[in-house]
Design a protein around this ligand. Sequence first.
Ligand code: SAH
Length: 213
Amino acid sequence: MDYKSLREHMVERQLMPRNITDDKVLTAFRKVERHNFVTEKLRDAAYGDHPLPVGDGQTISQPYMVALMTQALALVGNENVLEIGTGSGYQTAILAEIAKNVYSVERFESLANTARSTLQCFGYNNVEIRIGDGTLGWEEHAPYDRIIVTAGSPRVPLSLVTQLKDGGRMIIPVGGHSSQALTSVEKRNGRIVSKDLCGCVFVPLIGKEGWDS
Ligand code: SAH
């Protein structure tokens, strides 16, 4: 399989026509080898316009959704980013290509361990992964310039708002169990300004400040 061509095709057919215009995002998508973040059986399907299973009933999001969320973060390159829901580590790698440091929290030990070794193997040394309940954030490295949540939540967890820097931005799917609104949350002078970006469907964010199950 010519994965490099499949990647270029993904960028040109799935991202650029849908208004992904940030060069840093497009460059990261051209570089990160998505096929290495899925199981061997799914490699040839890795660049398709859809999500894929990654184990423990979880999914690696559709490339366009990863791109849209990354673009919405408006990264310049010097940010400390908190990611909730490491999953395969693909989104983590895209963030690590652009931002300064990425701190990622995953509730499933097996997914966190696999993602950690994949990211190490590809030389990402600006990433740290922790196993735990991400609805409570990761106090140690707070406050964060940006926060990205890659699972759907019934509300914006207060711990995450607290750990967001003033002037910072969080992108999080908020809504019901089966569909959500992709939401941008900005903190300006201690006040919260929220904006709905589009509809989306994510697996549930399960934890103390998310869903019970
Ligand atoms: N960004 C991932 C997509 C992951 S799907 C990727 O690119 O592959 C959402 C992930 O959120 C799942 O792995 C799920 O286990 C995780 N998750 C759900 N609730 C969580 C919580 N409270 N804390 C940390 N991770 C959580």
